[in-house]
Design a protein around this ligand. Structure first.
Ligand code: UDX
Length: 441
């Protein structure tokens, strides 16, 4: 089938590569010439494990093409996926300018009947708007059906998620379009849910809001655990055994970040407000998350007092492991707070440094060597649970730092391991170490 994907961002590129891998003839279009040039050479503008290999392979076997030409992209397409960005407006609502532009362009360039499938996260009612825009501008003899098809890909495991997702949601009020999409996705052998267009749009927001709520719930619980002398990991395991709760997304830490949860929770609050309904639960979720991101610096001040002139090793810049994405990363909040407090920061990250440098600039030092970051540091602060950090021999904190003080925002190390070393260790929702009964050999 001839498939066109509009937008060569994270969702568009993963969809393009994976649909080509499934055997479709895929054309991916973007307005950014530089990005398309790079992709035509088989280089990915984003870091996503396995993506570059799939791009290269399918470019080579001519299943995949990149273009900036709308005529080339849209004129012969059987199905068009919209995967353009929907950034955040100042008031938290979704900015639909790219959706508008792409809808107009599709209407102008299509030359045959086509299904237009929206993968971008869009507020409820947007797919109907896309249908109206295309309907009013397309050649009158052509039939176009717009389908909501929200995406649940996670950064860092997007290729796996595409082929092994929990469900595919197809939202349309048109039975033929629903049947067409069902056939299209059949080879993936993933459960398909067909629903109306507005419910499909809402499912995406509801899923992200619920997952964000789980994270803020467990972080709030973690803070209580710490106060009462319980351990959040035991509590999370205990409640996760309940099939109604399940253990996923119950890992306490310094809050969620990334391009989806922060943006989509705010957009849902905004959407709810449009109907004069305050979404108080989600407001609390966001407040808890903001507070959680500030915990590490508070803990640092508790231990060493003023941070003025203190050398801090910040381990991890990405919002989570296996991505170079730093959008809404807790690390960025932490850096700003550390700099305000007068600290001297050296940040370690294996791949996110170029992205961080674009935001933070030269206000801090960067290194791709953990040991370099730790050298002579007064305190280490872990913001991302990279494997490189989790597998660091704990002796390194003793041999490299001025004082072995570690604030672990991602609970990277088992307490029984830390207990074997004279490290002053604070984590999330777990007892402080050393406690008064600990002795070291
Ligand atoms: C998320 C959704 O999972 C995905 O379905 C949607 O399409 C896009 O948004 P992503 O942002 O890539 O995906 O990352 P995810 O793995 O969901 O993690 C989001 C944030 O929550 C990260 O900062 C992560 O560190 C944090 N997190 C996640 C926790 O703090 N605890 C957890 O238990 C899980």
């Amino acid at each position: 089938m001839k498939v066109t994907v509009a937008g060569a961002g994270f969702v568009g590129l993963v969809a393009s590569a994976c649909l080509a891998e499934l055997g479709h003839q895929v054309t991916c279009i973007d307005i950014q010439k530089e990005k398309i040039n790079m992709l035509q050479c088989g280089r990915s503008p984003i870091y996503e494990p396995g993506l570059e290999e799939l791009l290269e392979k399918n470019l080579c076997n001519k299943q995949l093409h990149f273009t900036t030409s709308p005529h080339q992209a849209y004129s012969g397409a059987d199905i068009i996926f919209i995967a353009v960005g929907t950034p955040e407006n100042h008031d938290g609502s979704a900015d639909l300018k790219y959706i508008h532009v792409v809808s107009h362009t599709i209407a102008h360039y299509i030359e045959q009947d086509v299904i237009v499938c929206t993968k971008s996260t869009v507020p409820v009612g947007t797919n109907e708007l896309i249908q109206q825009i295309i309907e009013s501008r397309k050649p009158p003899n052509l039939q176009v059906e717009v389908v909501a098809n929200p995406e649940f890909l996670r950064k860092g495991s997007a290729i796996h998620d595409f082929f092994h997702g929990d469900r595919i949601v197809i939202g349309t009020n048109h039975s033929e379009a629903a049947a067409f999409m069902e056939q299209f996705y059949l080879p993936l052998k993933i459960p398909i849910m067909k629903t109306d267009i507005r419910s499909a749009e809402m499912i995406k927001y509801a899923a992200n809001a619920f997952l964000a709520t789980k994270i803020s719930f467990i972080n709030e619980m973690a803070n209580i655990c710490k106060n009462v002398g319980a351990c959040i990991e035991e509590v999370a395991y205990g409640i996760g055994q309940d099939k109604r709760i399940v253990h996923h997304f119950l890992k306490a830490g310094i809050g969620y970040g990334g391009s989806c949860f922060p943006k989509d929770t705010k957009a849902l609050i905004q959407l709810s407000g449009d109907f004069k309904q305050r979404y108080e639960l989600l407001e609390a979720v966001i407040n808890v998350n903001n507070r959680q991101q500030s915990l590490p610096v508070l803990k640092a001040k508790e231990i060493i007092g003023s941070l003025q002139g203190k050398k801090i090793a910040l381990l991890g810049l990405a919002f989570k492991a296996d991505t170079d994405d730093i959008r809404e990363s807790a690390a960025i909040t932490i850096i700003k707070e550390l700099l305000e407090a007068g600290a001297v920061v050296t940040a370690y990250d294996p791949i996110a440094i170029p992205n961080a440098r674009r935001i933070i600039g030269n206000a801090i030092e960067y290194t791709e060597e953990i040991r370099q970051a730790l050298l002579n540091a007064d305190l280490a602060l872990i913001a991302t649970d990279w494997d490189q950090i989790k597998h660091l021999p704990l002796e390194v904190y003793l041999t490299h730092m001025k004082e072995p003080i570690v604030i672990d925002g991602r609970n990277c190390y088992p307490l029984q391991e830390i207990r074997q070393y004279p490290i002053i260790y604070r984590s999330i929702g777990r007892p402080d170490l050393p406690n008064t009964n600990d002795t070291f050999e």
